[in-house]
Design a protein around this ligand. Structure first.
Ligand SMILES: C[S@@+](CC[C@H](N)C(=O)[O-])C[C@H]1O[C@@H](n2cnc3c(N)ncnc32)[C@H](O)[C@@H]1O
Length: 277
């Protein structure tokens, strides 16, 4: 079972996503103005290492003009826009939360990328993407929200054409969380299932993917999340001025909780890729 969208706002990254307009206004860009993808990338990548991670995925997916990708869990559209702008590929961007999807659609149109990217609101587990013969599938920090990996991977496999590529970034378990850590994971990160790296690889293979390879991102993501938390705290007065105290407190708590889970040796991370035979 995935989380119902109504309950997803306990994860503060997903609360008041329209805060991106506050960031743009602070740069002097009003709500109707055309945008470049680069205007948005400091604020629209809801995963680690921003566009660098998307460029890495582009290489593994062999994304180029003519490639049609499915993005599972596209958030407010950051990875899809960078991928489309840098490779001229086509992307079907599937997002569960309607407010994030609508924000994504509006920003993509303002970037003039709506011929490359179709934003769809829906749950990947519904299976609507099965049989669509995508050339590749990418997903950044989404699977952590979906404990039913058997069905999830079946749907992902079914969405690809033969020889289609898959690229996933996700968190992994380094050490069994304590009860208190599980409570933070469930409530603030919306994560109720954590595989190890080896289990992740085995699950992709069991779903029928071949040439599966994984890179352990644990140390890199630990450093990234620490720096993100420190930078956010340092800018607290500016963040309150732009977003208000409630949004600032919520994000600070989220960034701090996640950074703590990496520091405590519970969370690790993975980049994993392979292909459908
Ligand atoms: C951490 S965000 C990452 C967003 C985007 N991949 C990025 O990197 O900017 C995870 C996203 O996955 C979406 N999601 C979670 N479960 C989903 C599901 N079952 N189907 C589609 N999207 C889902 C969430 O709503 C959320 O927007």
């Amino acid at each position: 079972m995935h989380n119902a969208t109504g309950s997803m706002k306990t994860m503060k990254l997903y609360d008041q996503v329209e805060r991106i307009y506050n960031e743009l206004l602070a740069l002097g860009i009003d709500e109707e103005a055309p945008l470049s993808v680069e205007d948005l990338t400091p604020f629209d990548q809801y995963h680690y290492h921003g566009t660098e991670a998307v460029d890495y995925a582009a290489g593994k997916l062999d994304a180029r003009d003519g490639t049609h990708l499915l993005e599972v869990g596209s958030g407010i559209g950051g990875p899809a826009r960078h991928m489309a702008a840098s490779t001229n590929c086509r992307i079907t961007a599937l997002e569960l939360q309607p407010d994030l999807n609508e924000t994504a659609r509006g920003l993509t149109a303002r970037c003039g990328l709506d011929t490359n990217i179709s934003h769809l609101n829906g749950d990947v587990l519904d299976g609507g993407m099965v049989g669509k013969d995508f050339d590749g599938l990418m997903s950044f920090l989404v699977f952590l929200h979906i404990p039913d990996r058997t069905n999830l991977l079946k749907v992902c496999h079914g969405a690809l054409k033969p020889s289609g590529n898959v690229f996933i970034e996700d968190i992994t378990k380094l050490r069994e969380p304590t009860t208190a850590q599980w409570s933070d994971l469930r409530e603030k990160v919306l994560c109720s299932y954590l595989p190890t790296l080896d289990e992740y690889v085995a699950q992709l293979e069991a779903a029928g993917f071949v040439d599966v390879e994984a890179e352990d991102m644990s140390a890199s993501w630990n450093a990234f999340t620490s720096e993100r938390f420190a930078a956010f705290q340092e800018r607290r007065p500016r963040n309150i001025e732009i977003h208000g105290e409630a949004v600032t407190d919520g994000l600070e708590d989220f960034y701090g909780t996640v950074s703590g889970l990496y520091d405590e040796g519970v969370l690790g991370g993975i980049r994993i890729w392979g292909r459908k035979p």
